[in-house]
Ligand binder design. Structure first.
Ligand SMILES: [Zn+2]
Length: 59
């Protein structure tokens, strides 16, 4: 159990930049990766790979 565990790793949602749907949840180490993530991933709403941007909200 990771209850109350704090560290540089933070969970982020990955949001499709085309339709705005949350498709993935990922983790990022703030120390190793200070910049925002931008990934090309498949979006099932757009039904094609789109650019996904990091968003701190997980809903
Ligand atoms: Zn999409």
């Amino acid at each position: 159990m990771a209850k109350g565990k704090k560290g540089p790793r933070q969970a982020f949602g990955l949001k499709c930049s085309v339709c705005g749907m949350f498709n993935y949840i990922t983790q990022r180490n703030k120390i190793n990766t200070p910049e925002k993530l931008k990934l090309r991933k498949y979006c099932k709403t757009c039904r094609k790979p789109t650019e996904h941007k990091e968003s701190s909200k997980l809903k």
